[in-house]
Write a new protein. Structure first.
Length: 456
């Protein structure tokens, strides 16, 4: 039985290994503080400072610049110094001026680390850079008041130590006098875009006839859901509750009629959603009645969520290689009708009593050697027939390229006969001689059709 169980377990392990394909999963690269270049502390007004009270909130600002190629999914992680603790654990985005998210930021409340994760923005941009900030309170267990505390921040793969003076604050205490109106707000623990507002009316248990409540909502926020009212007795025990569906008027306010408050207090709660883009959100509470003057209380909630920005450069578009357009087909020259035999050059044939003489007109690209090859003769023979002193040819020049005796002629035409006294020397264009030479010269000079016979 044990052996069977062992084999089954071994088989399950094999299935798991095969299921993973025998490959290990490669974790995304984390660059730590490598790309962070600067850190500073600021006060609530955004002014750089290193002198704070122990209960004062601190703004931590980092700059970063990526100096190598990174990819989406890769991260930068920073631990928080032990002397500080986060105010908000809400995630935030680092965007460029066009609203594109460069990186997302997430605060881990357990490890105390903040992690920036690159988006696909970095896959299509270069020169990735940005800044971020978050708010922190002093961790009183790890600081010494009324002296400079060295606080080490991770920067560029190392630590940068800032000397921070932390001053003790004497608590003044309070009378705890009950109030007629009190209002406060807190950012929701589950949704950092929401503010939970609480208004306590007539905690002093003053008799108020025909009581009413007016709430004026500051800019940058919208009312979410219903307004809840809870009526309490003198011992603050709940009497009953009711929900009101509220619509703001043109002054961004709403009014509730509460009736007579005799030994009765009222707790009003509602939520607003922050539009973002501002630090402080203010609301005003007012209570009045037929027998008391209206009393007012303001409440402000600051958004201590982190933030920042990012950016990058879009590489220039890749220009595809240009293809050279095909050259236009040259127009064929308008040539007089002459005998054209496929694969044979064009010639004009002139005859006399004994010989057929072929005349060729030089074209572009012709050389003495190429012409000789075309007509199965030699450059030397062409020079002899045409009285050429050099091998240079000109386009349009006329050349004697072949001399053939007619049938029945007993004379044998060869190189020696071409220079015999009977034929003398064959002419070039314009030459005049006796016999055949005189005929050719005359034909070439005056182009008389009387002497031309086209060989078809």
């Amino acid at each position: 039985m044990k052996k069977i169980l062992f084999l089954i377990g071994l088989g399950l392990i094999s299935i798991v290994v095969l299921g993973l394909g025998g490959q290990s999963v490669k974790a995304a690269t984390d660059y730590g503080s490598q790309f962070f270049t600067h850190v500073e502390l600021q006060d609530k007004n955004g002014v750089p400072d290193t002198d704070f009270k122990e209960n004062e909130r601190v703004k931590v600002v980092y700059n970063w610049n990526v100096t190598q190629v990174v990819h989406s999914g890769e991260t930068m992680t920073l631990p928080l110094p032990v002397q500080l603790k986060y105010v908000s654990f809400a995630p935030f985005l680092l965007k460029d001026s066009g609203g594109n998210t460069v990186a997302t930021a997430l605060v881990d409340p357990v490890s105390g680390k903040i992690t920036l994760t690159f988006t696909t923005f970095v896959d299509t941009h270069t020169d990735i850079h940005g800044s971020m900030f978050f708010y922190a309170d002093f961790n009183k267990a790890n600081i010494v008041v009324d002296q400079i505390n060295p606080i080490a921040f991770p920067v560029a793969g190392d630590l940068t130590t800032l000397g921070v003076m932390i001053r003790k604050v004497d608590s003044g205490g309070g009378t705890g006098t009950p109030t007629v109106v009190f209002k406060q707000g807190r950012i929701d623990a589950n949704d950092s875009s929401l503010i939970n507002w609480t208004v306590t009316l007539n905690n002093a248990l003053v008799d108020i006839n025909s009581a009413y409540y007016t709430d004026v909502m500051g800019p940058g926020q919208t009312l979410v859901g219903n307004v809840k009212l809870k009526y309490r007795d003198a011992d603050k025990k709940e009497l009953y509750t009711q929900n009101e569906n509220i619509t703001l008027d043109a002054n961004r306010s709403f009014r509730l009629d509460l009736g007579d408050l005799i030994d009765t207090s009222v707790v009003i709660t509602y939520q607003t959603k922050m539009a973002g883009g501002q630090f402080s959100y203010k609301n005003t509470a007012k209570i009045g009645g037929s027998n008391i003057e209206e009393q007012t209380r303001n409440a402000t909630v600051n958004d201590y969520s982190g933030g920042g920005e990012g950016g990058g450069t879009t590489p220039p578009p890749v220009t595809p290689p240009t293809t050279n357009p095909e050259p236009p087909t040259p127009e064929k020259p308008n040539v007089d009708s002459i005998t054209v035999t496929p694969n044979e050059p064009e010639v004009t044939t002139i005859t006399d009593e004994n010989n057929e003489i072929q005349i060729y007109i030089v074209k572009k690209g012709d050389t003495l050697s190429s012409v000789a090859t075309k007509f199965e003769t030699t450059p030397h023979q062409l020079r002899v027939w045409n009285k050429l002193k050099t091998d240079a040819l000109k386009i349009g020049q006329k050349l004697i390229v072949k001399v053939t005796p007619k049938k029945g002629t007993t004379r044998v035409m060869n190189m020696s006969s071409l220079t015999s006294p009977t034929m003398e020397t064959l002419p070039q264009t314009g030459d005049v001689s006796h016999g055949i030479a005189e005929l050719i010269g005359t034909l070439l000079a005056v182009s008389s059709a009387t002497f031309l016979i086209r060989k078809k």
